[in-house]
Design a protein around this ligand. Structure first.
Ligand SMILES: [Zn+2]
Ligand SMILES: [Zn+2]
Length: 347
């Protein structure tokens, strides 16, 4: 085993603090890489504070991981020493089910999360990117183009794919009308990616203060949702609305903004069951759906799309010892738009 420096939580009430973990020696199909950067996702906070159904402690969060390959196993063909690589939310899956065969490993019942999960043996815990190195099966390691800034590319591995996947699934393209509720970590990626796909993007935000940023990021329009005439002005306007807010919203109001056959897609986790009126759906055959990250093939496609279009996240880089402060600032939405840990600060 490879002793590895990390930061993590010993319990749901503990701060994120230094600890040591062990990584496996690379097997024939494994890639061992030094971690360069790791993005800080809102999920890291929920998981490390025990706010989701299962938490495994000690926990090392981090699923927006960028690294440089140090060593590869004898059977590895896709990666070599020196390559810049990425790992997102998945490090393995059953590889046999219909979802895995379809390349939609995020829906596999046997998927293995990058942290707060167990390997396929059912007993070895996985540890995330708040650490100096990682060993991952090559089939779950992504290639990062040298065109992408490695620090700013880290958030593509969760926030990027979480927004790219529904935009692709609902066939957004030139002229599509896309609404993005909330301009945070997910929302700012949704705006950049949808605009690069040729969509006409409107940011729907509670605060007027984000208008300049929304337009700079590529939105064509900005609407304050506290202003009632927003909902009459934009009635029946959108093909697709992505809800990136991790809270309940007035679903009926947003559904009324969809065209015939339009879809409202939930990406942030609401704080309770959905409350909505079926008539809003019936009258124009609209739908409400939800989406979860993306599969490995689509994640690579997203990374290549972002390299081609020069898309990365807007980030604030922090040393690892500022992680607890960063969590507090995320909870206050005081980040534009993603914290990324410089793992050099942990070596
Ligand atoms: Zn995430
Ligand atoms: Zn599977």
């Amino acid at each position: 085993m490879l002793p590895t420096k990390a930061y993590g939580a010993q319990s749901a009430t503990a701060a994120i603090a230094p600890l040591e973990i062990a990584r496996r020696e690379p097997g024939p199909h494994d890639v061992l890489f030094d971690i360069l950067y790791c993005g800080v996702c809102h999920t890291d906070i929920h998981m490390s504070r025990g706010q989701f159904p299962r938490s495994i402690f000690p926990m090392v969060p981090g699923h927006e991981v960028i690294g440089k390959v140090v060593q590869v196993g004898s059977a590895v063909s896709q990666h070599q020493a020196g390559d810049i690589v990425g790992v997102g939310c998945l490090v393995d899956s059953c590889r046999e089910c219909a979802e895995c065969h379809a390349g939609e490993q995020q829906f596999c019942n046997g998927r293995v999360g990058t942290y707060n999960a167990y390997e396929r043996d059912g007993k070895t815990p996985t540890y995330g990117g708040y650490s100096t190195r990682m060993t991952v099966d090559e089939a779950y390691v992504l290639k990062i183009s040298p065109k992408l800034d490695p620090a700013a590319a880290a958030p593509l591995l969760c926030a990027g794919i979480t927004t790219y996947s529904p935009l692709r699934h609902w066939k957004v393209g030139r002229g599509s009308k896309v609404g993005v509720i909330g301009l945070g970590g997910l929302g700012h990626m949704a705006v950049k990616i949808a605009a690069a796909m040729g969509a006409d993007v409107t940011v729907l935000s509670t605060s007027e203060g984000k208008k300049a940023d929304a337009l700079r990021l590529g939105a064509a329009d900005f609407a304050v949702t506290k202003t009632p005439d927003t909902f009459s002005r934009l009635a029946g306007h959108f093909d697709l609305i992505l809800n990136t807010v991790s809270a309940s919203v007035n679903y009926d109001a947003y559904i009324s903004l969809l065209k015939r056959d339009g879809s409202l897609v939930i990406l942030g986790i609401p704080d309770g069951p959905l409350a909505l009126n079926a008539f809003g759906l019936m009258l124009k055959r609209r739908s409400v759906s939800a989406s979860l990250i993306g599969g490995i093939r689509e994640t690579q496609e997203m990374l290549d799309f972002c390299a081609e279009h020069g898309i990365v996240s807007d980030i604030e880089t922090i040393p690892i010892d500022k992680i607890n402060e960063a969590y507090e600032r995320i909870l206050k939405s005081d980040v534009r738009y993603r914290f990324v840990i410089d793992i050099a600060s942990l070596r």
